[in-house]
Design a protein around this ligand. Structure first.
Ligand SMILES: [Zn+2]
Length: 485
């Protein structure tokens, strides 16, 4: 069953890639007016300047309440605007544009997390919670992940309502908490506790996918078809400690760093699946020279590992697409300057290639470290530590739906002519997993164009080209109307 869906998906994408490439006369999209752009920018600014991190300073509810106010002020019926959640600081907002009559099709959900990753002022050149426009970019935490799309969708829903737009099926926007961390994941909670509010034929999740730019040239438009599995592991070395004036060979910090050095030098095996194969096949057609040759070489059987190594070195995100990755992200150890450490601990964050489970990777880490005195435990998203890890599976690529991919491809072509639309495996993880697990297909597409080497999500000086924001407004307005038909 899965396999046939899969082939169908690939045939479908191949078809659309061909159609896209052979269409010479591109239809023009209406451009968002200056007045509307000003409103969309104001919403974007407001969201960036509300701290929605999972920290004492952050509060998701402040942001969702602000958006709730916008919808109610604009005349949305209170019965179509729901603020709800399991925690007063983590309230989700679900907004509905109801169908004109009795809909024959289930709704479409636009799923947008509204929380962001922590950002420290000292690490940034601007204040991460201040919306700064500079040199053609918007700076601020969340400008790429994903308050750009939150704002674009809030704006789109407001505009559709203002114009009196009546879809033939309900359109739903869900702004949710704790995608990036925290104990109250809104997507998970809504699906489990209020399925009636978010039940849908399918989900569009702008948290992934988008247009890859290479020095301004659009290379490929990615639609997320599958994603890696996220897993954290707590690595602990324990020792009896002692006086630091009498060091011994056994030392918790050295034991831990020896293990981490092994991890630093280790590379998980090269792998491909049908989604990544199609992605690199489509990309090779857009590339030239050594890069194009290397992309074709990794598709050969057996794959050319030297070509994979060159591509990995040139572009770290390609490396992440080729294999499971595990990296040390946090470190703590010792209890006094003049004492031998009694414990040392690190967090290792893994992004697991589909087909492997977190427990399988835990066993591989234990084997790699080869130190029976180290403990390797699994840390859940909620922060609970356990001796074993789950056997959670990766998202199965959903069957393609023409009503999604026809307008997605057509509108992408109108904005970035000649750009092929291709399925991708997302290296990160998104809330799509919760809807996918509930049997609702998810398609990841942001319509945001970004330079490949300017992915600053979760990083410092996060920024978005102003022009990319404008184009996403044009896209989502037309896309929502196409899906609502
Ligand atoms: Zn995100």
């Amino acid at each position: 069953m899965r396999r046939s869906n899969f082939c169908c998906l690939l045939a479908f994408f191949t078809l659309f890639t061909c159609v896209a490439a052979s269409t010479s006369a591109q239809s023009q999209l209406p451009t968002t007016s200056a007045q509307d752009r000003a409103l969309a920018k104001e919403i974007f600014k407001q969201l960036i300047e509300i701290n929605t991190t999972d920290t004492p300073l952050g509060n998701v509810t402040t942001a969702t309440e602000a958006m709730q106010k916008r919808f109610l002020d604009a005349g949305f019926s209170p019965q179509d605007v729901h603020l709800l959640g399991p925690d007063p600081r983590k309230m989700n907002l679900v907004v509905r544009i109801p169908a004109a009559g009795t809909p024959t099709e289930k709704p479409v959900v636009f799923l947008c997390h509204i929380d962001v990753v922590e950002a420290l002022r000292k690490d940034w050149n601007t204040n991460p919670f201040e919306f700064v426009e500079k040199d053609g970019y918007y700076y601020g935490r969340g400008t790429q992940d994903m308050k750009d799309s939150d704002a674009a969708l809030v704006f789109t829903f407001l505009k559709l309502h203002r114009e009196g737009y009546k879809p033939e099926r309900d359109l739903i926007l869900a702004l949710t908490a704790d995608e990036e961390g925290g104990k109250f994941n809104g997507a998970d909670w809504l699906v489990k506790e209020h399925r009636d509010l978010v039940d849908a034929a399918y989900v569009i999740n702008p948290d992934s996918g988008g247009v890859e730019l290479d020095q301004g040239r659009a290379m490929v438009a990615d639609v997320e078809a599958t994603e890696k599995v996220y897993a954290d592991y707590q690595i602990t070395a324990a020792d009896r400690g002692g006086h630091s004036s009498i060091p011994r060979p056994d030392n918790a910090i050295y034991e831990l760093t020896t293990a981490l050095n092994k991890l630093a030098a280790y590379q998980f095996p090269f792998e491909m699946n049908e989604v990544t194969r199609t992605y690199f096949k489509n990309l090779a057609a857009q590339e030239t020279g050594q890069t194009a040759a290397d992309m074709r070489a990794i598709l050969a059987s057996p794959p050319d590992e030297a070509a994979a190594a060159r591509l990995s070195a040139a572009e770290p995100s390609f490396n992440s697409n080729f294999r499971t990755t595990c990296v040390a992200t946090r470190l703590a150890g010792g209890h006094a300057n003049n004492a031998l450490p009694q414990s040392a601990q690190a967090n290792v964050n893994c992004r697991i290639f589909p087909g492997h489970s977190p427990e399988e990777i835990r066993q591989q880490l234990i084997a790699l470290f080869g130190d029976a005195k180290l403990s390797v435990k699994y840390v859940s998203d909620a922060g609970d530590v356990s001796d074993t890890a789950p056997e959670r599976k990766a998202m199965v690529p959903p069957a393609p739906i023409k009503e999604v991919f026809e307008p997605l491809t057509r509108l992408t072509q109108a904005l970035w002519p000649g750009t092929p639309v291709t399925p991708v495996m997302e290296n990160g993880a998104s809330d799509s997993i919760y809807f996918a697990q509930a049997g609702i297909p998810c398609y990841g597409y942001s319509a945001i164009a970004l330079e490949r080497d300017d992915d600053r999500a979760h990083g410092q000086d996060e920024r978005l080209p102003v022009d990319s924001y404008w184009k996403s407004l044009d896209f989502f307005y037309a896309f929502a109307k196409a899906l609502g038909q």
